[in-house]
Design a protein around this ligand. Structure first.
Ligand SMILES: [Zn+2]
Length: 174
């Protein structure tokens, strides 16, 4: 560890010029984010896994993508703070809106369920008090709101198709 920078011309290097390597004095570094143990009744015993923010809640965020018979279920576990949670909900909802509709089961059941789940997640994270990230860390990037992203409106195509199918079924079944 110690690299003695010794100027020339002063004789041989004697041992007492080296620092003793045994003294390891660690400053009390942040990073040992030990969860609060034993503190029963603590209102927020969890910290945000993305930024270390102090007021966080553990609620899963989901995404579903389905194209024909290929379906993929994703989820991201918390805990997240308010800002990071909303960022994750936005990202995953956006993906679900674009490529979540393109299979029969996805369109009718799985995608609507995923969106409702994420709506609940959105409400849960929005209800949290904002918390500052831990030193040296930042919140996840929230990006623009989902409905301000043009591609989100791809979702209108399968929805229109579904509405058309339902009206056809209803109007022909009487
Ligand atoms: Zn966070």
């Amino acid at each position: 560890m110690a690299t003695p920078h010794h100027p020339t011309g002063h004789g041989p290097v004697t041992g007492n010029q080296y620092d003793a390597p045994g003294s390891q004095v660690h400053p009390p570094a942040w990073g040992s984010s030990a969860p609060v143990t034993g503190g029963h009744g603590h209102p927020y015993p969890v910290v945000c896994r993305a930024c270390g923010g102090r007021s966080a809640v553990d609620f899963k965020v989901r995404a579903h993508t389905g194209i024909l018979v290929m379906m993929r279920f994703e989820h991201l576990d918390g805990p997240f703070c308010r800002d990071c949670g909303l960022a994750v909900v936005r990202q995953m909802t956006y993906r679900t809106l674009i490529i979540g509709w393109w299979g029969p089961l996805s369109l009718v059941i799985l995608n609507p369920l995923t969106l409702v789940w994420n709506l609940v997640a959105h409400l849960k994270y929005r209800a949290l008090a904002p918390s500052a990230p831990a030193p040296g860390r930042t919140h996840l990037d929230t990006g623009p709101p989902v409905l301000r992203r043009p591609l989100a409106y791809v979702t209108l195509i399968p929805l229109a198709w579904a509405v058309w199918v339902v009206t056809q079924i209803v109007s022909h079944s009487t």
